[in-house]
Design a binder for this molecule. Structure first.
Ligand code: SAH
Length: 466
């Protein structure tokens, strides 16, 4: 280990920053977070550092060139000037006085390193490469950022509030450690992360009283949107829940790559539906989720796109609400959003479309029941989910109600995946154009003049042949 990691208390301690450009501003901001008393010395100050000092009474700006006399009773010093001679003088003087000094981008002049920081105060993680590769340290930091929920810090404050009570009530220490492990990674923590902080605190109190923070008898269900296909489009929360699930109940739309991110030991249950071939009726899925939760399982109900957009997500949680089973809903990127962006078709545009409507083209009794007059009006974008079978009826009805025959339409097949295809045509030509194409589900249609922007704005070009 080349550097010894430690966390210093700088509250109300004098710290010196030499230099007043953008880098110095960032260092001063960091020191201000630690509530230090900061003096910044420089012949000139950039606008950002001036406004930082205006907002923060603990920052004093001293306009002058650095001189060794300035180093006086400081807890630590950061030099961020662009003058090598000044930086060197600062480092030498600081070393003479045994004051820790950091010279930005000059590891050879530093007696301490400022690490890459993940701040979930009071939890703080610091990563350093010992100066070998600050970029690698920052990359590791961003991985940790995505793993640690934003509410982690607030959870730590809650734990701190009950620390003494737990110490008093739960003994010996080994048992106390198990108690905290269960509380801080089980359902109490999950309640907290999902925004039910009061309920989480109540459950924690209950667990302290019963000396038991183990998994509750009743499990819970997380209704999670898996996005349109590209695993990179999952939310952090979706990923975290997938990695701690006991059981994952998933649909046909959830891609294989996404399923691979589920915890290895989790049980996978497929309840996907094919068109006109419901492999498991909706009522049975609702009942299945409730049953699994009652068995004490943490169930992730994984659905394509967003669970609340043509996903029947509400029906599934209505049953859970009825049975008083805990649940949370995690939004996902819906197909309209994912397909439109990956096809380079903006859903709204000042010159083309002031509104966007999502409709289902699913045929009920062989008719598509939509408000055609409204949908045929100009200056809007229409996105059709489940529209392949009803495509001809949809296009003809729009034309009958006044939409131009040459209104652009795009078919997006398997959007956001490496098998994505985009086919553009007009309302009157699209169904002929795709007649002899081998179109693979799922497909989405976008109708409106925004589609004309696709040629210029397309950026995602997967190699379908590979
Ligand atoms: N809840 C989902 C939609 C479920 S309905 C969401 O928010 O995206 C199923 C329909 O969504 C499909 O018939 C298709 O029209 C559309 N769809 C979902 N994923 C898609 C994808 N990757 N590419 C194209 N269409 C998609």
């Amino acid at each position: 280990m080349d550097y010894f990691p430690l966390f210093i208390d700088l509250k109300n301690k004098n710290c010196l920053v030499i230099g007043a450009g953008e880098v110095a501003t960032r260092k001063a901001e960091l020191l201000a977070k630690a509530k230090a008393n900061i003096t910044i010395i420089a012949p000139e100050f950039c606008t950002n550092i001036k406004s930082l000092a205006e907002k923060n009474t603990h920052i004093t700006l001293v306009q002058k060139a650095f001189s060794p006399d300035d180093i006086n009773q400081q807890r630590l010093i950061i030099s961020a000037t662009n003058k090598a001679s000044v930086n060197k003088l600062v480092a030498e003087t600081a070393n003479l006085h045994n004051i820790p000094v950091n010279v930005v981008d000059s590891p050879e002049l530093c007696s301490f390193i400022v690490p890459a920081i993940i701040d979930r105060s009071p939890i703080v993680a610091a990563v350093s490469s010992g100066g070998a590769s600050p970029v690698l340290a920052r990359l590791l930091r961003s991985r940790l950022e995505s793993l640690i929920p934003p509410a982690f810090g607030r959870l730590a404050k809650l734990a701190n509030k009950y620390r003494a009570t737990v110490k008093e009530n739960i003994n010996p220490p080994a048992q106390r450690r198990i108690f905290w492990e269960n509380a801080l990674q089980g359902s109490i923590a999950e309640l907290f992360y999902s925004g039910k902080e009061k309920e989480a605190e109540f459950e924690l109190q209950k667990a302290i009283n019963t000396n038991n923070a183990e998994k509750p008898i009743t499990g819970e269900v997380y209704l999670v949107g898996a996005g349109p296909g590209d695993p990179d489009l999952l939310t952090f929360r979706a990923l975290r829940l997938m990695q701690q699930a006991d059981t994952v109940v998933y649909d046909r739309l959830v891609s294989k790559e996404i399923l691979e991110l589920v915890r290895r030991d989790a049980e996978l249950i497929y309840v996907g539906k094919q068109r006109d071939n419901h492999s498991l009726p909706q009522e049975s899925i609702n009942a299945l989720l409730a049953r699994l939760a009652k068995e004490g399982k943490r169930v992730v109900r994984l659905k394509g796109g967003d669970p609340f957009i043509f996903g029947r997500g509400a029906e599934e949680i209505e049953k859970l609400a009825e049975e008083n089973i805990n649940f949370q809903v995690v939004p996902g990127i819906t197909a309209a959003s994912g397909c439109a962006t990956y096809a380079g078709i903006p859903l709204t545009h000042r010159d083309h479309s002031q509104s966007c409507t999502f409709v289902t083209g699913h045929l009920k009794d062989n008719t598509v029941n939509l408000n055609w007059k409204q949908l045929a009006a100009p200056n809007q974008t229409i996105v059709i989910y489940m529209g392949l079978v009803g495509l001809k009826t949809i296009c003809q009805s729009l034309i009958q109600h006044g939409a131009p025959v040459d209104l652009p339409i795009a078919l997006i097949q398997q959007g956001t995946t490496h098998t994505q295809r985009v086919i553009t045509a007009t309302l009157s030509t699209i169904y002929k154009k795709i007649e002899h194409e081998d179109i693979q589900p799922p497909t989405l249609f976008i109708i409106g003049t925004v589609v004309s922007l696709h040629d210029n704005l397309k950026w995602f070009n997967p190699n379908n042949g590979l």
